[in-house]
Design a protein around this ligand. Structure first.
Ligand SMILES: [Zn+2]
Length: 444
């Protein structure tokens, strides 16, 4: 690990870069992107080919958009270090199997994104990029100086060189494998007494329950939610028990994309990436981000469409940052719900946020929930409630029917099943589309 580079990036992120206006930030993006594209055209045959007919177009914001499947299909030609897809996959799968996440090819770490088999992404990060990543993460997320002692407990499905790279000076990093048993987690948490906990919200909720029942005795300074959509219901539960603001990191294998400021508001990391919005619903500020990372040279990510739905924040954040502020991460594009328009018979989508709001306003007795679209006309609902289960079901049913009617959609069958979700290493989605065939038709 290049410690001096890590520290340089830490200080640059924390104190060095101040954008006093949004215009200055955009000018910074322009400059960075122009330099980056010059580099990429020299070293990536994929981008050279992709841009060959638009090279005279100086506006990088209108360059062709790529997706994960483009990136994976052209993996060998896209990366700038000559790493072959087959070898990288082999190494990444072996690491998952043996739970030894340290192998590299040369100085490049290999990361594997979660996803269904055949749809998993491979991500390459050089040791230089790793040091820069670590410096940025520490600058944005540490509750106090890098020179103070911090004990970080990190709950993830898989470890990575990237995460270990944040170990620096007095900062110790402790990986908790989500595949390990709860008694093991409880024992380790009690021994370690971490000052920072980073985990998916479903795991954080479990840890909060243990604290509530006094099974664990820990008082972390900062708690950070990662890897799953953070629902308001879980957020307030965790915040109440730990008596502090729950922070968030929006980190994908595609990069370190957003982090919360001291006010707990998510801001896109526009000091590392430029974000363009493909609106799904402009009025409600719902969009899919197209990201361009001007710091990643090993596997350049330019005009890359993520599969996520984000909702922009309509009001300025009190922290004063000009980085794009988000109301929330709504979910994956795959988890849009679909209905049939009463008048035109066209398929129309409903955003996870609509479903979430309907559930939340229906009753304050709901402790946990899950809503699944099974089929076009069948929605399954699981509720864990404090009391009056039958009455709550009626209220939820009425709200959901109202939602479908509001958008002039054929009201589907709503089926209640017992709440049987347990905390596990599987990603928890509270709003999930499990239809076999999904549509991509008109968007509300
Ligand atoms: Zn802020």
């Amino acid at each position: 690990m290049n410690k001096s580079l890590l520290l340089k990036q830490y200080f640059l992120t924390k104190y060095g870069r101040r954008f006093t206006t949004r215009e200055k930030l955009l000018a910074f993006h322009d400059k960075k992107m122009k330099n980056h594209i010059t580099f990429v055209l020299k070293h990536s045959t994929f981008y050279k080919e992709l841009y060959k007919d638009v090279l005279n177009n100086h506006n990088w914001k209108s360059l062709p958009i790529i997706t994960k499947s483009d990136m994976m299909d052209s993996f060998n030609e896209l990366n700038t270090v000559g790493i072959k897809k087959e070898k990288a996959f082999q190494l990444a799968f072996d690491a998952e199997e043996t739970r030894d996440f340290s192998p590299r090819i040369g100085n490049v770490s290999i990361g594997l994104s979660s996803g269904t088999s055949g749809n998993r992404g491979l991500f390459l990060v050089s040791s230089r990029e790793e040091a820069m990543w670590a410096g940025t993460v520490l600058a944005k997320m540490l509750p106090s100086s890098i020179f103070r002692e911090h004990k970080v407990a990190f709950f993830l499905r898989a470890n990575s060189n990237l995460y270990e790279s944040t170990e620096s000076g007095k900062i110790s990093f402790h990986y908790f494998d989500l595949l390990d048993s709860f008694p093991k987690h409880i024992e380790r948490l009690n021994q370690l007494k971490p000052s920072i906990i980073i985990a998916p919200p479903s795991m954080l909720r479990m840890i909060a329950t243990w604290k509530d029942k006094q099974i664990i005795s820990i008082s972390p300074e900062k708690i950070i939610s990662v890897a799953e959509v953070l629902e308001d219901l879980d957020k307030s539960y965790i915040e109440n028990i730990f008596e502090q603001t729950l922070h968030q990191v929006y980190q994908a294998t595609e990069g370190f994309l957003a982090a919360t400021c001291s006010y707990g508001v998510l801001h896109m990391n526009e000091d590392l990436i430029s974000v363009q919005k493909e609106y799904l619903n402009k009025e409600k500020g719902i969009f899919v981000p197209i990201i361009s990372d001007f710091t990643r040279k090993t596997q350049p990510i330019i005009r890359y469409r993520l599969n996520d739905i984000l909702i922009e924040r309509k009001t300025a954040c009190p922290c004063g940052s000009h980085f794009l502020a988000l109301e929330r991460i709504d979910g994956r594009c795959d988890d849009l719900f679909y209905g049939e328009n009463l008048l035109t018979n066209e398929e129309t989508c409903l955003f996870p946020d609509f479903i979430r709001k309907s559930i939340m306003i229906s009753s304050n007795q709901i402790l946990e929930y899950k809503v699944i679209q099974r089929e076009f006309n069948l929605i399954e609902i699981k509720l864990k409630v404090e009391s009056d289960e039958e009455a709550v079901k009626d209220l939820v049913l009425a709200e959901l029917q109202k939602l479908w009617k509001h958008y002039q959609l054929v009201v589907p069958q709503f089926q209640f099943t017992p709440y049987d979700i347990v905390t596990s290493d599987k990603k928890l989605k509270r709003i999930e589309n499990r239809m076999k065939v999904k549509s991509n038709d008109s968007i509300i």
